[in-house]
Write a protein that binds this ligand. Structure first.
Ligand code: UTP
Length: 287
């Protein structure tokens, strides 16, 4: 079955970006002039996704509004003869259906994904985290969709290699190598010390699951921090079904953290010669 739906959980509180996130959703903070969530949605659309399901929460309605038309602004830009800008804002969200569900209490990523269940039904689906940017020639989520369609399995999760000394910052997998860059998942460990880490393969926010994942999301108890952890459901699923991990080609930016956000901003700005010069000059001047 072709994967047409993607769930993007955006209901979190974004405490690492306070005070900005007191009023602005973390996912709406821009990399230059483009909100992070827009970059993530674009990745999904390029991968052939036609339906985005946001799992959202109170106060973060601007995420849904961003993908809606703003007729008032469009007519203002038209009258001002700002045709490029008019087209730019008209096109946002025009090539994808955007739906949303509410996560009434922020009980963790596993809980957030379970909230999308009524809109998924029995179909396989993709999951992209709204605060993780994957940059590369082939969209990260497309690489996983292709693998899912090629292997007859219940799920494929994205992986990237990290230095062994940094395993305590990530979810790390234990798996059996099946081919170059492909692992059959046995276990997942949250933030292990380098000594305890079963590998150096970390999990960024990209996944593909069949609807069986909901069975396991129903079974998991509250985990770390009293939250329902997606990691726990994936591990439970991997014990009973075939779940794979695939190393993603491309660069991953953890834009949910200040460091990753800054790095992404510099990477994106460097693609424009004028902005690249500003970066180089500023580094000389201020560092
Ligand atoms: P994070 O833990 O990185 O996001 O969750 P957060 O909770 O918003 O941020 P911090 O750590 O307090 O700064 C990863 C993604 O999962 C969503 C978040 O919105 C984020 O995009 N999420 C997390 C939910 O939708 N619901 C939750 O209960 C938790």
């Amino acid at each position: 079955m072709k994967i047409k739906k993607a769930v993007i959980p955006v209901a979190g509180k974004g405490t690492r970006f306070l005070p900005a996130t007191k009023e602005i959703p973390k996912e709406m903070i821009p990399i230059l002039n483009t909100p992070m969530i827009s970059i993530v949605v674009e990745e999904a659309v390029k991968a052939g996704i036609t339906e985005i399901i946001f799992v959202n929460s109170r106060g973060k309605e601007s995420i849904e509004n961003y993908f809606d038309r703003n007729l008032h602004l469009e007519s203002f830009l038209k009258e001002a003869d700002k045709n490029d800008q008019e087209l730019l804002i008209k096109n946002i969200g025009s090539n994808v259906e955007v739906l949303s569900v509410r996560q009434k209490e922020q009980l963790g990523l596993g809980h957030a994904i379970n909230c999308a269940r009524p809109l998924i039904g029995n179909e396989p689906f993709a999951v992209l985290l709204g605060d993780d940017i994957m940059d590369g020639e082939v969209p990260g989520i497309k690489q996983l969709i292709d693998k899912y369609e090629e292997l007859s399995c219940s799920g494929v999760i994205g992986l990237f290699e990290v230095p062994k000394s940094e395993t305590s910052k990530y979810g790390i997998i234990e798996g059996e190598k099946k081919a170059e860059g492909l692992f059959k998942l046995n276990a997942m460990v949250e933030k292990p010390t380098p000594k305890d880490a079963p590998s150096n393969l970390a999990v960024p926010g990209r996944y593909v699951f069949d609807s069986e994942i909901f069975v396991f999301l129903d079974k998991i108890p509250r985990g770390v921090g009293g939250e329902y952890q997606l990691t726990d459901a994936i591990e439970m699923m991997a014990k009973e079904r075939d779940v794979y991990g695939a190393i993603l080609d491309g660069t991953r930016f953890d834009t949910g953290s200040m460091e990753g956000y800054l790095e992404a901003t510099i990477a994106y700005a460097s693609r424009d010669e004028k902005l690249k010069k500003v970066i180089v000059d500023s580094v000389k001047k201020y560092t």
